[in-house]
Ligand binder design. Sequence first.
Ligand code: COA
Length: 148
Amino acid sequence: MIVRKATPADAPALVEAFFAMMEEAGFGPPVQGSGPARLLASITAGTGDGSQGWFVCEDGGQIVATAGAILQLTPLDDVLVGKRAIIVGVYTRPDYRKRGAARMVVAAAVEWCRGAGVALVRLQTTQAGRPLYESLGFTVGDIMTLRL
Ligand SMILES: CC(C)(COP(=O)(O)OP(=O)(O)OC[C@H]1O[C@@H](n2cnc3c(N)ncnc32)[C@H](O)[C@@H]1OP(=O)(O)O)[C@@H](O)C(=O)NCCC(=O)NCCS
């Protein structure tokens, strides 16, 4: 297995993995309408202009795991903690789980964030993902959320 940085050409595979993750993780409402097309446009643009850093783990030329980092820039971030980013789309094909694939792509996304000058990385986890993130240094802090 090898990890490489995704390019805009990988965007369709990243969207597919993203929605597989959403379904399995039970995040958010069901996908409807133009969601996939808009995500495809966003990832294509973001991997091209450097505002998103996506990584894929490949085996024999097939993508088996994905993770992406998205820079989140607001004026407040400059005042408080510098740049922020979220990690999204962490997904490993079921037949490749428990081999360290997610760890490699998430670690690569975190390093990409570090290189981009990010000071705080956030993500939403599942039970399955939590030990992995904790082992990479993520902690549960005092960020609260309200679903509307
Ligand atoms: C959560 C998910 C991404 C983990 O992917 P993965 O590729 O299996 O993750 P890793 O292999 O890097 O790590 C998973 C576990 O396997 C263990 N592992 C890694 N390499 C291993 C190996 N060679 N042999 C045995 N176990 C191994 C890790 O230590 C880790 O154990 P832990 O969970 O007790 O800490 C995957 O289960 C998934 O896609 N789930 C559905 C979507 C989801 O929940 N995504 C996360 C949203 S935040």
